[in-house]
Design a protein around this ligand. Structure first.
Ligand code: HEM
Ligand SMILES: [Cu+2]
Length: 560
């Protein structure tokens, strides 16, 4: 037994020294290429929307605003985020667990193929104007059945990757009895647990929609569909967040030359997010009828509860920054911040991402409150909010990761020139989002609706008052598209043209005097059991109520 352990650790070390194997590298490369292609196309569509909203561009009838918006949402919140998350964590699993098992790699490829097939199924009806139901596809709006069949394939593809990750981690644990799973793989486990359990409700929803959209079943329970959607949608948000947080805890400290924050508390944050996340979905349905006040209250409570691990994260990150900067001779109450590597894009991008999370999180807490939600619900405020959260906090972290992950898998190096380009990219993205998201937040408070193509409502004075802000929105969108082009250029350059060389996979060590992490953090079966109990607490009563006391079902509608 001991010999076996020694042998595997030797193999692990050899693997780390030689870098990622070509087979594992090409997997992550393919995932990242799809992610950044989605960014490019989705970004261009975003610009079209921004110009339209400002009244500067009329979209043709064969590619109207709602087709563009459906594709923008799908490409950016589903394709970009899913492919990046999986590509990044599979590289992390490969690096920290001594290379992917051949079986696991194969599963990730099958998952890749299924997601692409699903994507084609979903996109064709959008292009044919048969699926302008937006990425939330709320019934009773009904798209072509093929749109939903596409979504099923995407979910199945994600499950393949989740199970692949579970097999990889379980195999490592079998060979390393009593040891803690390396921290990045621990995050990956949490993310894939949430991906699997979080996408179960949407899979059920889509399976009930398909027969209805084919016309085999006459009506659908709209409330149940919306509830199942947000049990998933709300979880998805925290999957992106947890992915970004993994880089903040594990990668960023290494890049600034410091050490990780407390290992036990880091693992606690992951476990807390996994357990408490799913039953928060009703904060997206605060104004939906038919859900009792007490149930909504519980979901709002759960949503605010996950603010707690987020605040822990904020504290932890600034503690790491200050400690590292002071070790480098930083002085004064705040003067230490000068010692941080602001000129290094691998630090700057995630740092701006974290700073953006301060107003983004505050806005989220405001929206979750019943009274304030009434003011901003379905206005552009909400769009401003998620361009700050996912469009800045998450995406800028992903961009920051790309400046070392892409060279790492491509056996190339980040040159000072591309680093500089990355710094400029980060600044442009920040300015663009300040304008775009700022304008969206503001004009939303004046009632400008989301998901609505340009109109002055017959020159109503109120609607005309929105115009200056919508112009600022378009200005921000123009900055952002420059940011998209620079980022895609950087990724392609780093993948295919940058000078050859070894790039490190940056994982920070614990402090030397770190306390040993207790082993309960590794008990995933218990964590999942508690999670399921909490999910049951949040969903059993309202779902049973919606089904048993069902309102009349709805036939499908095509509203566009
Ligand atoms: C070039 C950059 C971008 C621009 C110019 C842009 C612009 C816009 C605009 C104008 C809207 C529509 C507002 C409405 O009518 O409701 C929108 C919606 C949206 N955007 Fe972006 N965006 C960009 C990047 C992103 C990114 C990076 C993400 C996510 C990762 C994202 C996610 C979304 C989502 C989920 C929607 C909502 C779609 C819906 O309501 O169905 N966007 N964006
Ligand atoms: Cu949510």
């Amino acid at each position: 037994m001991e010999a076996l352990v020694r042998k595997t650790t030797f193999k692990d070390k050899a693997n780390k020294a030689l870098g990622i194997s070509p087979e594992d590298a090409i997997l992550t490369k393919s995932y990242l290429l799809v992610a950044f292609a989605a960014l490019l196309v989705g970004g261009i569509l975003g610009l079209l929307q921004g110009l339209n909203r400002a009244g500067l561009l009329e979209l043709p009838s064969w590619f109207n605003y709602y087709q563009v918006l459906t594709a923008h949402g799908l490409l950016l919140v589903l394709v970009l985020t899913a492919f990046f998350t999986i590509g990044y964590f599979y590289a992390g699993l490969s690096h920290t667990l001594g290379g992917l098992l051949p079986k696991v790699r194969k599963m990730a490829w099958i998952g890749f193929g299924m997601k692409l097939v699903g994507f084609v199924f979903a996109v064709v009806p959008i292009l044919l104007n048969k699926a302008s139901v937006l990425y939330t596809f709320y019934p009773p709006m009904a798209a072509s059945p093929y749109y939903y069949i596409g979504l099923v394939f995407i979910v199945l593809g994600v499950w393949m990757c989740a199970f692949g990750a579970f097999i990889q981690v379980a195999n490592w644990r079998k060979n390393h009895k009593g040891q803690h799973v390396p921290i990045l793989s621990f995050f990956a486990t949490g993310v894939f647990v949430l991906l699997f359990f979080g996408s179960l409700p949407v899979a059920i929803e889509v399976l009930t929609i398909i027969p209805w959209s084919f016309g085999w079943v006459k009506t659908i329970n709209v409330m149940v569909a919306r509830t199942l959607f947000w049990a998933f949608g709300h979880t998805l948000v925290n999957i992106w967040y947890l992915t970004a947080v993994s880089a903040w805890y594990v990668i960023v400290p290494k890049i600034i030359g410091g050490r990780r924050w407390n290992d036990t508390l880091t693992r606690f944050v992951v476990i807390a997010l996994v357990i408490m996340n799913i039953p928060g979905g009703f904060h997206h349905q605060i104004i939906d009828p038919g859900i009792s006040e007490s149930i909504k209250y519980m979901h709002v409570f759960m949503s605010l509860a996950i603010g707690f691990p987020s605040l822990m994260t904020a504290y932890a990150m600034f503690a790491v920054f200050e400690r590292t900067a002071r070790r480098k001779g930083g002085k004064g109450l705040l003067g230490w911040y000068k010692k941080l590597p602001w000129g290094d894009v691998r630090f700057l991008a995630p740092m701006v991402a974290m700073i953006a999370f301060i107003p983004a999180g505050a806005g989220g807490i405001a929206q979750t409150t019943n009274q304030l939600n009434q003011v901003v619900h379905n206005t552009l405020w909400v769009v401003g909010h998620f361009h700050l959260t996912v469009g800045t906090s998450v995406i800028l972290t992903f961009f920051g990761i790309s400046y070392w992950l892409v060279p790492y898998i491509s056996k190339r190096v980040l040159t000072p020139k591309i680093n500089k380009l990355g710094v400029i990219q980060t600044i442009i993205w920040t300015i663009g989002m300040l304008f775009m998201s700022g304008a969206m937040h503001y004009v939303g408070l004046f009632g400008a609706p989301r998901r609505t193509s340009f109109t002055t409502y017959g020159d109503s004075a109120v609607a005309l008052g929105w115009n200056p802000y919508l112009m600022l929105l378009a200005v921000g969108g123009t900055f952002l598209i420059i940011g998209v082009l620079l980022q895609v250029y950087a990724v392609v350059h780093l993948m295919f043209f940058a000078p050859k060389g070894e790039t490190e996979f940056p994982i920070a060590e614990e402090e030397e005097d770190a306390v040993k992490t207790p082993y309960w953090t590794e008990r995933w079966s218990r964590t999942i059991l508690i999670m399921l109990l909490v999910v049951a607490m949040g969903y059993v009563i309202p779902l049973v109520d919606m089904i048993v006391n069902a309102p009349p079902g709805s036939p499908p509608f095509k509203t566009w």
